[in-house]
Write a protein that binds this ligand. Structure first.
Ligand SMILES: [Zn+2]
Length: 483
């Protein structure tokens, strides 16, 4: 950089709020004064130089301009006294001018960002004075309503209170398990690593505060479901974009707009901004426990049951169904359902990874977890609450989906789902997840309360205890007989 040869240490580059400081004069003549330390912004990037004063020996030298040459020369007002080299001076910036210039400069960034985003036009020129500026764009002609559209879009961006990051710093969140080996693989020149202790709301809030306290421009969550959920929540809280780097395929939260976090009385789902980008590390996926890899299958194929529940809600309650969300969620589930491979092969893993991402996008399109979460997830949450540890998220999603499909008496889908879960060695019944039929029945009974307001086959049938017992027994028999 050109200014590295200047003798002046540029204080304003470290602290844009600095307005007064002490310095020594290195050189001085009517063409310019060189200081060892200065916070005078010399102009550049369209922003004019600062004005201010140097105070010394009971007099003042007004600074009215700057000249960038072999050194950074501060230009004194004509006729003002000059401090001799070696003099200690107190520098001070004209705060009102500098603050107004900074605001104007930020405003111009908002303006050119909005015009580029909404009209595809680039800046070709402009100039800036405190609180007024001109900007030229390469628009062939000014579109109708341009001024109003740009004004309201700029106001919306200002209201969105986006951060202005100066250094492009990136934060990386890792977990206790794989954290060290992940960090060892990263080349983190411009990033900082945060260790997340667990998948709790508290951990997510703590990370969100850390991200907010410093001007991070983005955060990457690298790891399994807990790290990604914690990082999504924290990024949302800090108002910065998040990149999900998944090291397992155990669930469909990788790209979803939902954070599932633990709190004092169980687990809660929190709506968040979805990741701006998703990366899945298939090498790490393969190196993980096979049970974790397989579990994701249940969290994708369960979409078919969730969609059937959504359609029930539409028929019985008039709930609007989002066709695009259904298409994405169903296509994802069908791809996994009919993929003949196993978690041992690359092709199957790729289909599974893409299907889990599609499921998350379906939720973003729908604006809720509806496309991937029906009675199946209500049962899953109830089992989590009543019998923690009875199975992983994806495993329980598969069992719940199979049971709900049985309740809907959809024999064709029941056969397909059952065969798919069996082919991948996934649990299908209460016994497979170590629960008695009575325990599973208790979870089914509790299920609707885990998700108030969500209408599914469970709410439609509204089964009592003995009816549930009958269905659970019939379900076990149907799975056993392959019916
Ligand atoms: Zn799920």
């Amino acid at each position: 950089m050109e200014d590295t040869q200047w003798r002046t240490h540029r204080l304003e580059l470290d602290d844009q709020s600095l307005r007064e400081w002490d310095a020594q004069v290195l050189a001085a003549d009517p063409d310019g004064i060189v200081l060892d330390r200065s916070a005078f912004y010399p102009g550049g990037g369209g922003q004019p130089p600062d004005h201010g004063v140097l105070l010394w020996g009971g007099v003042q030298t007004r600074i009215v301009d700057a000249r960038k040459g072999d050194d950074l020369y501060l230009i004194p007002a004509e006729g003002d006294p000059l401090p001799a080299p070696g003099t200690t001076v107190r520098g001070a910036l004209e705060d009102e001018r500098r603050t107004a210039l900074m605001r104007t400069h930020s405003g111009l960034h908002v303006l050119c960002g909005v015009v580029f985003r909404d009209f595809g036009a680039l800046v070709t020129g402009g100039n800036m004075e405190p609180l007024t500026a001109r900007m030229d764009f390469n628009l062939p002609e000014v579109p109708a309503g341009f001024r109003e559209a740009v004004e309201s879009a700029c106001n919306a961006e200002v209201l969105a209170d986006r951060r202005i990051a100066m250094e492009g710093r990136v934060a990386v969140a890792v977990g206790p398990g794989q954290g060290d080996s992940v960090v060892a693989e990263l080349d983190l020149a411009a990033g900082e690593v945060f260790r997340v202790e667990d998948g709790s709301v508290d951990a997510a809030i703590a990370l969100g505060k850390q991200l907010r306290a410093d001007s991070y421009e983005a955060v990457a969550g690298i790891g399994g479901g807990k790290i990604i959920d914690v990082t999504k929540f924290a990024a949302h809280m800090a108002g910065i974009p998040m990149v999900a780097v998944a090291t397992n395929l155990a669930h469909d939260g990788i790209a979803s707009p939902i954070s599932s976090l633990e709190h004092e009385s169980g687990k809660g789902s929190y709506g968040v901004v979805p990741p701006v980008a998703v990366v899945i590390d298939l090498d790490r996926v393969r190196a993980g426990p096979p049970r974790m890899v397989r579990a994701g299958i249940g969290d994708v194929v369960n979409n078919l049951s969730a969609i059937a529940d959504w359609e029930l809600a539409a028929a019985d309650r008039g709930e609007p169904v989002d066709g695009l969300a259904v298409t994405l969620a169903r296509t994802a589930a069908q791809a996994v359902l009919h993929q003949p491979g196993t978690v041992e092969d690359e092709e199957f893993l790729t289909v599974l990874a893409e299907s889990l991402i599609l499921s998350g996008i379906a939720m973003t399109v729908a604006g809720s977890s509806r496309p991937g979460s029906g009675g199946d997830h209500e049962i899953l949450h109830a089992i989590d609450q009543l019998f923690p540890g009875a199975g992983t998220h994806g495993e329980l999603a598969g069992v719940g989906a199979l049971f709900c499909t049985y309740l809907r008496a959809d024999r064709r889908l029941f056969g397909l789902l059952s065969a798919c879960l069996a082919r991948h060695g996934l649990p299908r019944t209460a016994a497979d997840i170590g629960l008695s039929q009575a325990e599973f029945g208790a979870a089914v009974r509790r299920a609707p309360a885990t998700r108030p307001g969500r209408y599914t086959i469970l709410e439609r049938l509204d089964l009592d205890e003995s009816a549930i017992a009958g269905q659970v027994a019939g379900f076990a028999a149907a799975v056993a007989s392959g019916a």
